[in-house]
Write a protein that binds this ligand. Structure first.
Ligand SMILES: *[C@@H]1O[C@H](CO)[C@@H](O)[C@H](O)[C@H]1NC(C)=O
Ligand SMILES: *[C@@H]1O[C@H](CO)[C@@H](O)[C@H](O)[C@H]1NC(C)=O
Ligand SMILES: *[C@@H]1O[C@H](CO)[C@@H](O)[C@H](O)[C@H]1NC(C)=O
Ligand SMILES: *[C@@H]1O[C@H](CO)[C@@H](O)[C@H](O)[C@H]1NC(C)=O
Ligand SMILES: *[C@@H]1O[C@H](CO)[C@@H](O)[C@H](O)[C@H]1NC(C)=O
Length: 136
């Protein structure tokens, strides 16, 4: 014999179980949709030259199925300042894994980073920018 109480208990158990089972992946995938892939290059072994063109590359292994902002921007950052002008690249696919940029005419220094900005900003390692050679 199944009593009303045990049917209710079973229903309560199942509804709790299913709401938990449904809620958990939703929360996890909502979190994974913010896609912040790590920048591979430039890195702390890189030296760029003003006026030259290079690829910024980032790791696109295991991207989430849904990305809230699939288009990216690339900025240069010196010390603690992100240089918004010029934007080095914009409106490229965050899934591409690489994007060419041309180094703007900035003061040479060894405290530069690249900011790869899609959903959220990710910084490259610190690298150097050298002056264009005067023979150019
Ligand atoms: C440069 O980057 C490599 C790889 O991420 C790391 O192992 C190394 O400690 C870094 N060196 C400096 C000086 O930050
Ligand atoms: C950037 O990468 C692309 C694709 O691999 C390549 O065709 C292009 O020559 C690279 N550009 C530079 C400046 O290295
Ligand atoms: C890219 O990320 C994957 C997964 O996190 C890792 O296994 C792989 O080594 C990374 N590749 C590079 C070039 O950093
Ligand atoms: C960047 O900010 C940190 C923490 O606020 C500070 O210690 C450091 O001196 C700053 N660096 C530059 C180059 O302004
Ligand atoms: C960005 O790129 C997408 C896909 O190529 C294009 O449809 C869209 O018009 C571009 N947006 C801007 C502001 O250039």
């Amino acid at each position: 014999m199944i009593s009303k109480t045990s049917v209710f208990a079973l229903f309560f158990f199942l509804s709790t179980f299913f709401s938990f089972a449904l809620a958990l992946p939703t929360r996890v995938s909502a979190k994974r949709d913010v896609y912040v892939p790590p920048v591979i290059s430039p890195n702390n072994a890189t030296v760029w030259t003003v006026g030259q063109t290079y690829n910024v590359t980032w790791n696109t292994t295991n991207p989430p199925a849904q990305i809230s902002n699939p288009r990216g921007n690339i900025y240069l950052r010196q010390g603690n300042d992100t240089l918004l002008n010029p934007t080095l690249a914009s409106n490229f696919s965050m899934l591409a894994g690489s994007q060419e940029v041309t180094v703007p005419d900035v003061t040479p220094g060894s405290d530069y980073r690249i900011v790869l900005f899609g959903d959220s900003g990710d910084w490259s390692g610190v690298f150097a920018i050298a002056a264009a050679s005067s023979s150019d």
